[in-house]
Design a protein around this ligand. Sequence first.
Ligand code: ADP
Ligand code: MG
Length: 712
Amino acid sequence: MPDSATSPLAGLLSSQPLINTRELKILSAAGFETVGDVLLRIPRRYEDRRSTKAIASLLNGETASLQVHVYSAGWRFSYKRYFEVSAGAEDEPYGPRLLLRWFNMPYVAKLLAVGMNLSVFGKVKEYAGKLTMSNPDFEVMDDEEIANRLVEKAMGNCPDEVIPPAADCVCVHTQRIVPIYRGISGMVPRRFRELVYHLLQIMPEGLRQPGYDVAPAYPYREALEDLHFPRTPEVAHKARMRFALAECFRQQFRVAWRRRQTRGKPGLVTAETDAYMQELLQSLPFRLTEAQLRCVSEIRADMERPVQMNRLLQGDVGSGKTLVALCAMLLAVESGKTAAMIAPTQILAEQHYNNFKKLLRGMDIRLSLRTSDRADDIGYVADNPDEADDSPRILVGTHALLYKKNKARNLGLAVIDEQHKFGVAQREKFVTAAVNPDVLVMTATPIPRTLTLTLYGDLDVSVIDELPANRGEIITALRSPNNMKKIIAFMRSELAAGRQIYIVSPLIEESEKSDRSAAVSEWEKWTGIFPGEPIGLLHGRLSPDEKDAVMADFRNNTTHILIATTVVEVGVDVPNATIMLINDADTFGLSQLHQLRGRIGRGQHKSYCILLSDAAPGEPGREKLEVLCRTLNGFEIAEEDFRLRGPGDVLGTAQSGLGSVQFAEWLSDTRLIHRATRDANAILDADPLLNLPQHAPLRELVLYESDQGVIG
Ligand code: ADP
Ligand code: MG
């Protein structure tokens, strides 16, 4: 049994007496079942409530912690009912007062009574000459028994009783650095904080980190305390780093393991002569960029060796990755092997297929398309290739290519387009064949270098860091919907010049149905604006065949305007399109906007990306639009996106193959990544098969916990 199952952290919340049934339900709905679930909820931030002030020195508008004594308490009514406490310093019955008011929090009345000592935290406001705090966070400083008796007395149950003065008590919500967690619907923040506090108290001193402990010198229990209730900001940082390192280590350990599994594996020689490739390059109306040529030769060098290639081809949108991949595929075919390219969507698979068909015209190469989305039958086969035939060909398809029935025969090279849409698990599935085919994965998600290491540390990397020179300029403009008249006039002039237009709206998440109706009404709107103009409509509700037909019409310039939800985001290539109009642009992510903009500026014409948004300067959502207007560089945009949203959110989890990231800190911390990589390698050097008993948790990690990658 893994030791994680016997850890106190695995204890069920339902066996904790301090949590009632109602709370259990709320917690369970939010995904909290065990003590560990609660203790590993990471504070989003901290609030420093350490410094306490005297009432006399409070300033209007400031936020402060203070110790007060309750002189009177009761319900008040003005425009709203609220519970009010008149508070002052305990030893100054005639000193200055602070009025504490609680709105919509009737339970507070049951907790507070005259004679109590409180610690409160809140924002000071002056109303009609009186200092007040609305809904302050508070805690009763008297011990429980005294507090109860005070409340009883307030209710008239024991009016004459003399109640002894307060003993000392520990603050949870005030007078300390207080953790702030992401909200849990149905539970007030202070209650969750109390739970964390109490659960921490019952954890044994020698609590061990479940799984492999990366930092045994810093006891786990202490680190948890420091994480939730740090005594100083430095301590909080130290604790976060410990947990970040643990997370980073898990990730890097897997990468290091995979790297050892794939490194130096015997493979096929899949490149020899290059007549096909030369023929292709001669036939192109342009020359490959220096960066493309460099990448081709890096890939070729791998393919020429009888060792499996595991290479990442990274390049910004429009940098021309497809051609580089095609060169590699031609090398493979010429060496007598089949080459396959797998794309994340049917639209992209068909686009590659049609594109290759044109590019390879006149060459003696067989090309087939396989996608699963069509008909019921997995594995639609176009061009009817003879299945029993092993002779080399180029296959293009969606993940249908992963299924046994379609497994390419004689596979020498596997190219995976837009890797970020697939999980690592899919990549592995694709390449687990009898022989070890060479693998080239491509991604257009520009990510900072540290992250490339993290996500693709098991791969060699080639980067296309240059865009083709013939590109028309792209102008990016931020416009309010009030400017529509001008925008329409401009669109009209581009249409008159023979250009095409994308109009993209955000996906409506509640239901696909409303997504469709929103898309349809958008279509009706634009049909009204440009009567007689053929307009295509692409939304999630269309069948794959319908989507295809719509894309084909736009690609062939039969329709001049394409209304779409985000289906066009990745990879679609229509060089004649020069306007990308994005509705509610502020609701998209920065990298997504960059991808959308990448759909234009693909031909020689000047192009325009129009970001429609009514977000005012300073509003959330506005800043990223400004970033987009400022730069076209995908890497710069990725860095900004990381800064604005944090890498965890940017990458998503399914998309990245990262699993869930709690401590985004490490994603951009090279030192942590290097340390984790070094530790991982040291362990694997000493115990390559992880046979030692102390490495059992690591064995489990690499063998049984798969990455949760999902096909996008
Ligand atoms: P991405 O890297 O985004 O997948 P593509 O491979 O789709 O980009 O290429 C975008 C467009 O640029 C295609 O129309 C392609 O034919 C064209 N292209 C590729 N390489 C060059 C080049 N060296 N010079 C000019 N155009 C190129
Ligand atoms: Mg592409």
